[in-house]
Design a binder for this molecule. Structure first.
Ligand code: TRP
Length: 458
């Protein structure tokens, strides 16, 4: 008799299977969209319009699983001031939450809370071509500056700056993200992530990593800053998103304009005041402002209207922001909770698979190649059967006949077969966490057996 000791209830098998399949990389898997936010500096209106607002809108799309994380490890490349790192992480987390990010609907976490990212960073470091990294734009720009200044090529350049694209690849590949929304300046980094993923897959003989794609954000507005150049911390021309009202008003009043007097018609093209207004206003409001420009609104009045329009959108968020900033422990708890759930669901099991793939594995494990060369008997085996309770079961045994996995009872052989298929495809390590099966050996051994089967059937 093959009667398992634990008989499961399987009324909901079909439903559960559907759930598993959605997480396994089968065609029905949701698209994973991943965004990293560097924790340097205080968020300004340009960040809000160019990144925060569109990203939060995108997170409501159906069939998308969104990942938003604070790239605090990356911030260490340019910020070596502990309290600035801490303050910026707090401000940026509070900004995203105040702007409406829902941490129960999307993955929201802090990079440094996921140690698997750092471990994968090393695996990828060891497959990344140094020559590829030499060609990174940001690194090359630093070298060029050094040459122009007559310094050594690598003067003042840390290895962290050089390795930046590898860490970014680890962020993306650990979660097998399909799409990474980025500005043009980051596209090269996504190409590198694809390159490292491909190399890893090739070297270790499996489809471990999905190749990510850059989703280039060309149609989001870039805002002009106070001086008319692109609003950017490095130009010192920003309007902080949550500046107190009085300060916001003063900053808006200081935006450069031409010298036309009230009553004189004004051009909307090239007007920074108008561009900023447009980024916050509805189509109707924008058309009205255009009319007001033609009719010669004074710059003082136009700026007052701009201030009021921005404040209408920002004021409710500012209140939320200030409440959050007053309770950093709550933000800390939200971030930790996100990381903990994400590790359990994806990062930890996937990294176990990757450790095995590169050879950091149980010393008693026998790789397929070295055991009874190619003979069928050495392969792991799924065995399906019907038991005396008239229910359908399967088990997975390794080449030596050791029982690795014992399923619970299913109502139909089809249900059992579907779960076997999911396990075999193995795009997601977490499929083996389903309560429908009992894993009787270390998870690594099961993953290894599944990988061995896949290899043999490929
Ligand atoms: N390099 C990105 C930036 O400067 C931030 C970042 C870090 C990121 N890791 C990422 C973006 C992963 C997308 C995906 O803006």
């Amino acid at each position: 008799g093959e009667l398992p000791s634990k008989l499961g209830t399987t009324g909901a098998v079909a439903v559960k299977l559907a759930g598993i399949q959605n997480q396994t990389g089968s065609p029905s898997r949701m698209t994973r969209v991943l965004t990293g936010i560097k924790t340097s500096g205080t968020p300004h209106l340009g960040n809000y319009v160019g990144a925060v607002r569109p990203a939060i809108a995108a997170s409501h799309a159906p069939d998308v699983e969104s990942f938003y994380f604070l790239a605090d490890l990356h911030s260490l490349v340019n910020v070596q001031d502990a309290s600035r790192v801490q303050r910026s992480t707090l401000e940026i987390a509070a900004t995203w939450l105040a702007a409406g990010l829902q941490p129960d609907k999307v993955w929201f976490y802090r990079q440094s809370d996921i140690p698997e990212i750092s471990e994968l960073n090393w695996f990828l470091t060891c497959v990344a071509g140094k020559g590829v990294l030499n060609r990174a734009h940001a690194y090359k720009a630093s070298v060029d500056r050094n040459r122009a200044d007559g310094e050594d090529d690598d003067s003042g350049i840390s290895a962290g700056l050089f390795m930046y694209p590898v860490l970014m690849s680890a962020d993306i590949l650990l979660f097998n993200a399909n799409k990474v929304p980025v500005g043009r300046d980051q596209v090269q980094h996504i190409e590198m992530a694809r390159d490292f993923a491909q190399r890893f897959n090739h070297l270790f003989g499996g489809e471990y990593f999905v190749l990510p794609e850059a989703a280039i954000e060309d149609n989001v507005a870039t805002l002009p800053g106070l001086d008319g150049r692109k609003m950017s911390k490095s130009y010192d021309n920003t309007i902080p998103l949550f500046a107190p009202r009085a300060e916001m008003k003063k900053l808006i009043a200081s935006i450069v304009t031409d010298s036309r007097a009230p009553g004189e018609a004004k051009q909307v093209e090239g007007s920074h005041v108008f561009q900023l207004y447009q980024a916050f206003a509805s189509a109707d409001e924008t058309a009205q402002m255009q009319l007001a420009f033609a009719e010669g609104i004074g710059w003082g009045d136009a700026k007052q209207k701009l201030f009021e329009r921005i404040d209408a959108e920002v004021a409710p968020m500012r209140e939320h922001y200030e409440a959050l900033m007053a309770k950093p422990a709550e933000i800390e708890a939200i971030l930790r909770d996100g990381a903990q759930r994400l590790r359990a669901k994806y990062a930890t099991p996937f990294l176990a698979e990757l450790r095995h793939a590169v050879g950091l594995r149980d010393l008693s494990y026998k790789p397929a190649m070295e055991s009874a060369a190619g003979s069928k008997a050495a392969l792991p085996l799924f065995k399906q059967y019907r038991d005396t309770d008239n229910r359908f079961y399967f088990k997975l045994m390794d080449g030596e006949g050791r029982l690795l996995v014992q399923s619970n009872g299913f109502d139909s052989p089809k249900d059992a077969g579907q779960l076997i298929a999911v396990l075999k495809r193995g795009e997601r390590a977490d499929a083996i966490e389903t309560p429908e099966i009992n894993v009787l050996v270390p998870v690594d051994d099961v993953l290894a057996a599944l990988a061995q089967l896949r290899e043999a059937e490929a």
